[in-house]
Write a protein that binds this ligand. Structure first.
Ligand code: NAD
Ligand code: UD1
Length: 313
């Protein structure tokens, strides 16, 4: 059976990728469970779960020596921007050093490799005003998280050109869906709202709205994200390239909230506060490049919110 390695596979997006491969592949997950959860993973004979740190070179070397992977998806990261601001040296190790180390190991063990995919972020664009965001725009990474994502992404793509290793990268916009951890104030806004709506049945529940709610985001359902990852990993054209992963449609935060309230039949008490420092007013992706290799959005925001809500009831 073909082997797939998914770092960060016990987390939100990684665990959905595990679900995609698990029936027909031998799936290896390495995750230190700092944010992920063992319960996100299926109980399946095709799964090998390794609780460990992606910065642990001897552990990674052992895994690469014992297995020849067809696909490697490097998702493990400290995904909180605020955490990267609070602990830049630590997050640099996880978000950058681990990528370079994995690339070197991949170089030594690439006999069966079809693709190494790295998951970068729309954060690399910073708050430059040009819209929509196209992959060839100038970038302005402003936080340790964004700087490490951009540097990692460049290394990953350069390994394709310099050493002929089959690599690609993706820049996720605002991903939402089941299993996204809502517990930090910097968790994705839809996971925070979902968590609060659950509680709104028995108690009046407050939601802090930063800004006037007219800020836009490109919310993409995790199912479409998995589809995008699979397409990028299988396309020949995507070798050595980076792709935006979004829907191409800006949605105002307040419109998303109204839609979610009407789907759930529940409301939150909105507490207005000033915008967060550095909050981006408008953000949405150009998805022409990924559409050209076969991607299309399948889950509308309404369908995605409905499914998410049903999964937490
Ligand atoms: P997540 O936090 O749910 O998943 C990341 C996983 O990595 C977690 O399970 C965590 O335990 C694991 N991890 C962290 N440090 C580790 C370490 N040192 N060793 C091993 N495992 C470690 O986040 P997610 O939303 O699923 O994000 C997946 C990837 O996509 C990340 O690289 C993130 O930066 C990127 N991304 C996500 C979004 C989004 O909207 N969710 C947007 C842009 C980019
Ligand atoms: C997202 C990423 C971030 C990245 C940025 C780049 C997530 C969780 N964060 O941030 O890593 O740097 O894209 O474009 O994916 N909001 C509230 N109340 C809340 C929480 C959020 O009003 O309780 C607002 C925020 O101020 C923001 C919007 O909702 O205006 C979306 O917030 P969030 O989900 O954190 O995503 P981004 O800020 O877009």
């Amino acid at each position: 059976m073909k082997k797939v390695l998914i770092t960060g596979g016990a987390g939100f997006i990684g665990s959905h990728l595990v679900d995609y491969y698990i029936e027909n592949h031998q799936v290896f997950v390495i995750d230190d469970l700092s944010m992920g959860n063992r319960l996100n993973l299926p109980d399946h004979t095709n799964l090998t779960f390794i609780e460990g740190d992606v910065c642990d070179e001897s552990l990674l070397r052992e895994i690469f020596t014992a297995n020849k992977f067809e696909y490697i998806f490097h998702l493990a990261a400290v995904a909180s921007v605020q955490d990267s601001i609070d602990r830049p040296q630590y997050t640099h190790k996880v978000n950058f050093d681990s990528t370079l180390m994995m690339l070197e190991l991949t170089k030594e063990h690439q006999d069966k490799l079809k693709r190494f995919v790295f998951t970068s972020s729309a954060a690399v664009y910073g708050d430059l005003p040009t819209l929509p965001k196209t992959e060839d725009l100038a970038v302005l990474p402003k936080t340790p998280y964004a700087i490490d994502k951009y540097a990692s992404e460049r290394y990953v793509l350069s390994y394709s050109n310099l050493y002929n290793i089959p690599t690609s990268a993706v820049r996720f916009f605002n991903v939402y869906g089941p299993r996204q951890n809502p517990l930090s104030p910097y968790s994705g806004v839809i996971s925070i709202i979902t968590d609060k709506l659950k509680r709104a049945q028995s108690e009046e529940t407050e939601f802090v709205l930063f800004g006037n709610g007219e800020q836009t985001r490109d919310f993409i359902n995790v199912k479409d994200v998995i589809n995008a990852l699979v397409i990028v990993s299988q396309s020949y054209d995507s070798l050595g390239k980076v792709y935006n992963v979004g829907t191409g449609k800006p949605v105002a935060l307040i419109d998303m909230m109204e839609l979610y309230f009407s789907i759930t039949g529940r409301k939150l008490v909105i507490i207005n506060k000033p915008s967060r420092d550095g909050d981006i007013k408008e953000s949405y992706a150009s998805i022409k490049a990924i559409q050209n290799i076969g991607f299309e959005q399948k889950v509308t925001l309404e369908q995605g919110l409905e499914k998410y809500w049903n999964s937490v009831l």
